[in-house]
Write a protein that binds this ligand. Sequence first.
Ligand SMILES: [Zn+2]
Length: 332
Amino acid sequence: MTSYKELGLVNTREMFAKAVAGGYAIPAFNFNTLEQMQAIIQAAVETKSPVIMQVSKGARNYANGTILRYMAQGAVEYAKELGCEKPQIVLHLDHGDTFELCKDCIDNGFSSVMIDGSSLPYEENIALTKKVVEYAHKFDVTVEAELGVLAGVEDEVASEVSHYTKPEEVVDFSTRSGCDSLAISIGTSHGAYKFTPEQCTRDPKTGKLVPPPLAFDILHEIEKKLPGFPIVLHGSSSVPQEEVDTINAHGGKLPDAVGIPEEQLREASKSAVCKINIDSDSRLAMTAAIRKHFDEKPGDFDPRQYLKPARENMKKMYIHKIVEVLGSNDKL
Ligand SMILES: [Zn+2]
């Protein structure tokens, strides 16, 4: 058993309480590689922001759980080395799907886990979440649950609505499951193709796709029912057009990729939404820089030559999100 406290990490409890009260949101950036980790920590230290480093089950399989644990510990020490006296860094499991996986993460240095029972029937979701919460709280690890299903890229518009979180369920769910935060579905979506062109309208001036707006009415209803309770948004990359354009201009093929407009995320950050998950934007920033580099310097073959600009580009994106969208800067 390795407690996250030994690694210098923190759980989300105090961080979320401050974020809800202060009207900002904590960035939750997914990572699998050294360069992503370095960029996340550099951005968090430079902006004086708390940060959640999160790994999915797939990332854990890719990078190895033991290595990730030491990377998180390394992240804390690196932040201190960069001049941050008291870094506020969470190591979080994104989309845990079984009790066993959550337990394994809790036993191996994670300070926060998500148990995603959103695809299960309501009562089973509560039972599974409760089981994880009971174990996690013994070790002061915080638990994120999910209620409502995020629309997938292939979902029809008509079926999307029935997947939104039902505000009438949130009090019962959070009370009975004991979760510390709740991921809700109000129209965000996973991936770089969050909406099909049919779900969007086209801006007549630019020809660009405009996605359907988030369901702020549902968010506000949930806030009224659970005052001050930490709410989480998944699938909240904005899919920056300039990165998509760079990728496509240098041999990539991402037609009509579309994300969540930053104005809407900015508005959500001011509400009870206190954690916003961003993964695709980091992938796009990394890929755009690498494609551009390969195209412009075909003779380069030292990974440092192309991973350095990739790291710089991700860092720029992380800083932009922290300062211009989430407002979590200057909070340490
Ligand atoms: Zn997610």
